[in-house]
Structure formats: structure tokens, C-alpha cells
Design a protein around this ligand. Structure first.
Ligand code: NAP
Length: 404
């Protein structure tokens, strides 16, 4: 009897449609144009991907960092249709196959190759165990939701350099369910200089799941006017009553734990505060007596530039312990969030030592390294191993990063 035929399994690079927030970063980064998208999903062309991994670290969510060992590569058509990634199929690995994205040698090697690929984005994102099950991708460019602007308020002082806005979108009778931490897409009307529709831009939801107030079918965004940014200027100029095309919701891992005993340590810069307003409001309104603690490190240029500065002052310390870091106050040293963390090591360490603590980073990509180093220093002095702890927290859905 002949031995069963073996196949030459290949490693295939895939994007997780549940986690992807459709920010287009991967498509812009890919040097060989292997990443493409339709109204539904961002996908990787198996014929073009050369495993250079350039797209891995810029991805704000880690959705780009997914791999399968396949006997037959999933086609673009299949990937476009997915609502979630397929499971890893059981595949017989042959002992030697060609290079160039193919696996070499053994199951052990396969595991190693995949593990190496995961280094870029720091590992797979996992949702908190107690988080609600999010709805994703209900609306897309071909079928957007229509929202009406019910408010647009400036959050920064009139003399601040930045114009940051709190914009409220009402969905009327249409369902647009979101969880704290998810993002939505906004389609600016018109076309770019090449006549193509403008890119969809992503914004974190800044309100809790019930909306700005109980019973309202709305959500809010925190948007900074960016120089000549088409979408940010469009949103910042919106008037009450204007109609807006919305896609999403997106994101299935950067979510808030529903467990009231979970501690939440949040670190943000600028408009990266948006999801943390949602987290705080959720606890304030629905979990008043939650035993879990919340602590926020928030960086901005000056108090006048800090979104939600006024309202934040009114949130009691018992609900939210606040640490502000200002980088451009005249006569004061430049202070970043990581400096504030270093100045309060006991508080950070107490959170990290608690197995119910979830850590969230949101905002500028540049802060990731500094914050990571601050965590490492604080841990070293507190008898903790940050690299090991971070890996455990990430695997348990207790460490989350969303930076651009
Ligand atoms: P920003 O005003 O430019 O900066 C906020 C603060 O961060 C400033 O004090 C800045 O200091 C400081 N900073 C700069 N580099 C840093 C570093 N390496 N480490 C620590 N702090 C640093 O912030 P922004 O323009 O609002 O940017 C927020 C980011 O959040 C954007 O990248 C945005 O895409 C992202 N985001 C936005 C949303 C949303 O829904 N709108 C959601 C998620 C993430 P200096 O400038 O004085 O150096």
C-alpha cells in the first residue's frame, strides 16, 4: 500500500476581521501592494506577500499579525467574505519544502516561524475575559449607517493651539451597537485629487455603550482638527442636524472588562483619551459601587489642551485616580505620561501586582517605548519581571495597546 500523500504546507499571512479597525495603515505600509481591501475587509494577497513583516509593527491593533499553516492558500474572495478568521486546520507537515514563505522542516519550526512573526506587534491581542461580545462591521462603505449630528463642542480652551472637539452622532431609529473601546469609521463626502472617494477615517467611541445619556441612541467622538486633514476638518466643522455616513463598529479586543472587580490602569496622550472617557462613564453610571479601581495617566501639552479637562476634575478620585502630565507648560519641565508613572511607582506597582488589573495604552505610537521602559523600571524596583508579566497579561486579555 502507498504511503498517504504528503502536502507542502504554506504559511499564510491573514488579517483578523474581528480586530481590524480598517485604518488602512497596513495597505499604506506594504511595499509590494499585497494588502488590499473591499467594503468589508482588509486582506493579504497570498500571491504577493513576501513575509517582509513591514506591516506588522505599524498596525495599531495587532489584527495584521495572524498566520495559518495551509495546504491551499485562502483566496482573496474567501478573505473578503469572512466575519472571523478560520481555525487552524490540522495539516500533515512534510519534512522539507521550498522557502519563500513556505514552512521548513517540522512542526517545531512552524511554531517558531509563527512566534517570530508575532514579535513585531508584541503578540496576539486578546479581549478581556469578562468583556461583552462586540458587534463588528455591521455597516461599510457600500452600506453605511446614517447618523445625525446632535452636538459639536470644543473641548480645548479658546486660546489652545489644538482644536479638539466632542462630536455627538445620533442614529435615530437604527441600531448601531457599540462597546466601550470600539471604533467607528467616518466617510468624508467628496473625492480626492484622483477622483477616488476619501479614505474612511477611524475614531474611538468616547461614550459608554448606552450613549451620551441613558436611552439615547447616540455615541460621541473626540476629534482633533489636523492641519489639512480632510476627515478631521469635515468632522470638526459639522453642525447640529448635519448627516454623516458611518461604518463599523470595529475592534473586538480593546474592550473594557465587564467584571466590576477588575482594576483598570489607563495611559493616554491627547485624543487617545477617547475610549477612557467611555470606560469611566460606564463605571460611573452602571457600576457605581464597583470594587475595582481605575487609574488614569493622561498626557497633554498644557491643561488648556487636555480634552475633557474640566469634566475630569469633577470625577471623584474614588472612581478614577488621575495623574496628568504636561509637556509644554512655560517654566515647568517637560513631563510625559511615563515620567508621571515613574514619579508614582508604588501606585503603578500596586496595580500590576493585582491579578485583576487590566492595562490600556491609547494615543501616540511614540509613547509605547517610553511607557514600556517605565513599566520595566517600576517592576524591577518592585520585585516584578515586566517582560514576563506583560506576556501573561497579554495572553489573559489584560494588556491592550491602541496607538497610531
Ligand atoms: P498631542 O497633542 O500631539 O500630544 C499629546 C501629548 O503627548 C503631548 O504632551 C506630547 O508632548 C506628548 N508626547 C509626544 N511624544 C510623546 C512620547 N514619545 N511619549 C509620551 N508622550 C509624548 O496628541 P494628539 O495629537 O491628540 O494625538 C493623539 C494620538 O491618539 C493620535 O496619534 C491619534 O491618532 C491617536 N488616537 C486618537 C483617537 C481618537 O479617537 N481621536 C483614538 C485612539 C488613538 P509634546 O508634543 O510636547 O512632545
Amino acid at each position: 500500500m502507498n504511503a498517504p500523500a504528503t502536502i507542502a504546507p504554506k504559511k499564510q499571512h491573514l488579517i483578523d476581521p474581528e480586530i481590524c479597525i480598517r485604518c488602512n495603515t497596513c495597505e499604506e505600509t506594504c511595499p509590494v501592494d499585497a494588502v488590499t481591501h473591499d467594503d468589508n475587509n482588509y486582506v493579504v494577497d497570498p500571491e504577493k506577500c513576501n513575509f517582509c513583516l513591514d506591516c506588522i509593527s505599524p498596525c495599531p491593533t495587532g489584527s495584521i499579525d495572524n498566520w495559518r499553516i495551509v495546504a491551499r492558500a485562502y483566496s482573496l474572495k474567501e478573505q473578503f467574505s469572512w466575519g472571523e478568521l478560520p481555525f487552524q486546520e490540522q495539516i500533515e507537515i512534510q519534512t522539507s519544502v521550498e522557502s519563500g514563505g513556505d514552512l521548513e522542516a517540522s512542526d517545531d519550526d512552524a511554531a517558531r516561524l509563527i512566534a517570530e512573526a508575532h514579535l513585531g506587534a508584541g503578540g496576539k491581542s486578546v479581549a478581556p475575559a469578562s468583556a461583552g461580545k462586540p458587534k463588528i462591521n455591521l455597516f461599510n462603505r457600500g452600506r453605511p449607517a446614517a447618523a445625525t449630528v446632535s452636538g459639536n463642542f470644543r473641548l480645548t480652551d479658546p486660546d489652545a493651539d489644538n482644536d479638539v472637539r466632542h462630536v455627538i452622532l445620533d442614529f435615530g431609529g437604527a441600531a448601531f451597537p457599540v462597546l466601550e473601546g470600539q471604533s467607528i469609521g467616518i466617510i468624508a463626502p467628496g473625492a480626492d485629487k484622483d477622483g477616488k472617494p476619501h479614505k474612511i477615517r477611524l475614531y474611538s467611541v468616547a461614550s459608554p455603550r448606552e450613549g451620551e445619556k441613558s436611552g439615547a441612541n447616540n455615541l460621541s467622538l473626540t476629534v482633533k482638527r489636523e492641519g489639512d486633514g480632510v476627515c478631521s476638518n469635515y468632522i470638526c466643522d459639522l453642525k447640529k442636524g448635519d448627516q454623516v455616513q458611518v461604518t463599523g463598529p470595529f475592534g473586538a479586543t480593546f474592550l473594557m472588562p465587564d467584571d466590576p472587580s477588575a482594576n483598570i490602569l489607563m495611559i493616554c496622550t491627547g485624543t487617545g483619551s477617547a475610549p477612557f472617557r467611555g470606560f469611566t462613564e460606564r463605571r460611573r453610571r452602571n457600576m457605581k459601587d464597583a470594587p475595582g479601581r481605575m487609574m488614569l495617566y493622561f498626557g497633554a501639552r498644557r491643561p488648556e489642551e487636555l480634552p475633557y479637562f474640566g469634566p475630569l476634575q469633577k470625577v471623584p478620585d474614588g472612581l478614577l485616580r488621575k495623574h496628568f502630565a504636561y509637556s509644554r507648560v512655560p517654566g515647568e519641565p517637560k513631563t510625559y505620561v511615563q515620567d508621571r508613572m515613574r514619579a508614582t511607582p508604588d501606585e503603578v506597582a500596586a496595580f500590576l501586582k493585582n491579578a485583576k488589573t487590566h492595562v490600556y495604552l491609547c494615543g501616540l505610537k511614540g509613547m509605547e517605548t517610553g511607557v514600556d521602559e517605565a513599566f520595566a523600571d517600576i517592576c524591577r524596583n518592585a520585585g516584578l519581571d515586566w517582560a514576563a508579566l506583560r506576556a501573561v497579561m497579554r495572553a489573559q486579555g489584560r494588556y491592550h495597546v491602541e496607538t497610531y
